[in-house]
Write a protein that binds this ligand. Structure first.
Ligand SMILES: C[S@@+](CC[C@H](N)C(=O)[O-])C[C@H]1O[C@@H](n2cnc3c(N)ncnc32)[C@H](O)[C@@H]1O
Length: 315
C-alpha cells in the first residue's frame, strides 16, 4: 500500500512547497529556511521530506526511528538531501540521553506505519498468519507471544482494559492467559490468537480483534511510558521559540499530550492577587486538536483517528 503522510497537504507526497506550507502540520509548526528539525518517528520519511523541503537551502533534520528497517527505507529516500539529513536508530523515550543539538522543531507522528500492517511477518495484523511479534524494534525487548506467555492474568487484563478499552476484558484476559500458558501448545502466531478469540466470541470477534491487537501492541512497545518519557525531555531539546508537534491516534495518547501541553502553557498565578507570577514555559499553537478533513480520511482511512497538537517554547 502507498504510504501517505497524515495532515500534510492533503496527502500529496510530491506537493509543491506552497501546498506543503499550507498543510495543517506546517501551518502550525511553520518551518523556515535554515531551521533544524528532529523528527522522532521518521517512519518512511514523508513528514521529514516535507520539513527538509521547507527548511531549504540549509536546514537540517535528524530522524529517529526505533525500527531499523523503516530507518533504512527513509534514509535511502532522504539521501537526496545529502548532509542535511541524518538518521539515528533510537527510541524517542531515550531522547534526553542522545545528546542531540537543540532544535527549532520537534515532531512525533506516533504509532505504527504502513509496512507494519502490510508486512504480515511483523505480527501486527490479524488478517494473515505470522509470528506474534509486534515490536517496532526487533533488536530488543519481548515479542507479543512472550508477553502473553509470561504475563499474569492481571497484567493481560490491565493491557486490554487500559490500552484496548475493551468491554468484557476480564473474560478475554482469562481466555488469553489460559491459552498462552499452555506449555504444550503456546500461543505463538497471529492466526492462533485470532482463532482463540473467534472460537469464544464467534460473530463478535471482528469487533474485538482490532482492540486486542491494539492493546497488545501498546503493551509490547510500552508506548504510553515512552510517550511520557519523551514529553518529559522535549523542553530541554527545543531552542527558545522552538515548536513541538505531535500526532496521536489513540485517545489515551491524545489525552496525555493535551494535558501536558495545557499544563506547560498555563502561567503560575499569585495565590492572593491572582496576577500572573511566573510566565508559562510554552504557548499553545493549537487551541484544540487538529483532525484530518473528510477528504483526507476518504483518501487515507488510516488518518481517521489522527489528532495533532502543537506548542511553542517561550523565547
Ligand atoms: C506513523 S509512523 C511515522 C510516519 C512518518 N511520519 C512518515 O511520514 O513516514 C511511526 C513511526 O514511528 C516509529 N516509532 C514508534 N514508536 C517509536 C518510539 N518510541 N521511538 C522511535 N520510533 C518509534 C515506528 O517504527 C514508525 O516507523
Amino acid at each position: 500500500m502507498v504510504h501517505i503522510p497524515v495532515l500534510l497537504a492533503e496527502g500529496e507526497l510530491t506537493a509543491p512547497a506552497e501546498a506543503l506550507r499550507a498543510s495543517p502540520i506546517m501551518t502550525h509548526l511553520s518551518p523556515r529556511g535554515g531551521e533544524s528539525v528532529i523528527d522522532t518517528t521518521l517512519g518512511l520519511g514523508g513528514h521529514a521530506e516535507a520539513f527538509l523541503t521547507l527548511t531549504a537551502p540549509d536546514g537540517v533534520l535528524i530522524g529517529l526511528d526505533a525500527d531499523v528497517e523503516n530507518l533504512d527505507r527513509a534514509s535511502k529516500k532522504l539521501s537526496i538531501f545529502g548532509e542535511r539529513f541524518r538518521g539515528v536508530h533510537a527510541n524517542f523515550r531515550a531522547l534526553a540521553d542522545l545528546s542531540l543539538p537543540l532544535s527549532d522543531i520537534l515532531f512525533a507522528d506516533l504509532g505504527l506505519s504502513s509496512p507494519h500492517l502490510d508486512e504480515a511477518e511483523r505480527g501486527f495484523t490479524f488478517r494473515e498468519d505470522a509470528p506474534l511479534d509486534m515490536r517496532y524494534d526487533r533488536s530488543t525487548g519481548r515479542t507479543a507471544a512472550t508477553f502473553l506467555a509470561r504475563a499474569s492474568e492481571e497484567e493481560i487484563l490491565k493491557a486490554l482494559r487500559e490500552f484496548g478499552e475493551l468491554q468484557g476484558s476480564a473474560r478475554i484476559a482469562h481466555i488469553l492467559c489460559t491459552r498462552a500458558h499452555r506449555t504444550n501448545d503456546p500461543l505463538e502466531t497471529t492466526g492462533q490468537l485470532r482463532q482463540c478469540i473467534e472460537e469464544v466470541f464467534g460473530f463478535r470477534a471482528p469487533r474485538i480483534l482490532p482492540q486486542v491487537f491494539q492493546a497488545l501492541r501498546i503493551a509490547v512497545n510500552d508506548e504510553l511510558q515512552s510517550l511520557q518519557m519523551f514529553l518529559g525531555a522535549t523542553a530541554l531539546q527545543l531552542k527558545p521559540g522552538g515548536r513541538l508537534g505531535i500526532i496521536s491516534y489513540h485517545s489515551l495518547e491524545d489525552r496525555m499530550v493535551k494535558q501536558a501541553f495545557r499544563a506547560w502553557s498555563t502561567p503560575q498565578r499569585d495565590a492572593v492577587t491572582g496576577a500572573e507570577s511566573v510566565e508559562a514555559p510554552f504557548r499553545l499553537l493549537t487551541s484544540r486538536a487538529v483532525q484530518p478533513s473528510d477528504a483526507e480520511v476518504e483518501r487515507n482511512p488510516r488518518a481517521r483517528s489522527a489528532r495533532f497538537r502543537a506548542v511553542q517554547r517561550s523565547s
